[in-house]
Write a protein that binds this ligand. Structure first.
Ligand SMILES: O=C(CO)[C@H](O)[C@H](O)COP(=O)(O)O
Length: 223
């Protein structure tokens, strides 16, 4: 999709020589990582912290050297995609199952930049089922507790079994009606025993790169 390429490549403008960069997961940030690989061949020097095994492999293919939290104190900027973005720049993330590492790496960054094609921009979060990472033990009970908050849920499956995240956990996709108060919902979900993390990213994105109705690039900053 051309929109993903345009916004994904634009994000490299936020990355300067010498930076440590959080590398997100998905088909939009794919273009950011590919472009960074190209710029590195032209002399840019950065280090990356990948949010998933998939991104680790892509970064290796692109020649981006990777570091772990053992080797760094902070990340300068993290670039990542989103499944939905509301007008306050709250996000739903985790469609690709990487939400836990994505949230850790976004939080560790001085600046968190989101790349989102225009279809991701919504008035209210919630049309996209909210991914929630849960430990396998007691998943049926955790699922019931999530349903009590008003969601219809599905345990994500893959290859005739439950989908497993890079951390060995399951993902429950929870379809809530319009999420009018994502901050409270994020807190309630994370209080349920068995929930490791949920895909609501509130007050985290510093800017979102997207396209307007005229297909022009716009950078929306969090107020
Ligand atoms: O949260 C994510 C992965 O866990 C992705 O950032 C999100 O699903 C968006 O992906 P894409 O850029 O492929 O639309």
């Amino acid at each position: 999709m051309i929109e993903k390429k345009i916004v994904g490549e634009k994000a490299v403008e936020f990355i300067k020589d010498g930076m440590t960069v959080g590398l997100g997961t998905g088909s939009t940030v794919y273009y950011t990582i590919m472009k960074l690989g190209q710029l590195m061949k032209e002399g840019l020097s950065i280090k990356g912290v990948p949010t998933s095994i998939q991104t680790e492999q892509l970064a290796n293919e692109c020649g981006i050297p990777l570091v772990t939290f053992k080797e760094i104190n902070h990340i300068d900027v993290t670039i990542d995609g989103a499944d939905e973005v509301d007008p306050q720049l709250s996000l739903i993330k985790g469609g690709g199952g990487a939400l836990l590492r994505e949230k850790i790496i976004a939080r560790a960054a001085k600046s968190f930049i989101v790349v989102a094609d225009p279809a991701k921009m919504v008035d209210y979060l919630g049309a996209f089922p909210l991914p929630i990472e849960v430990v396998p033990f007691g998943v049926e009970m955790t699922n019931k507790q999530i349903r009590l908050l008003g969601a219809e849920t599905k345990i994500r499956s893959a290859n005739n079994g439950p989908y497993k995240s890079d951390n060995g956990n399951y993902i429950i996709d929870a379809k809530f009606p319009n999420i009018l108060d994502p901050v409270t919902l994020e807190q309630k979900l994370n209080m349920i025993p068995g929930v490791v993390e949920n895909g609501l990213f509130n007050q985290m994105a510093d800017a979102v790169i997207t396209l307007n109705a005229d297909k022009q690039i716009v950078v929306k900053n969090r107020s």
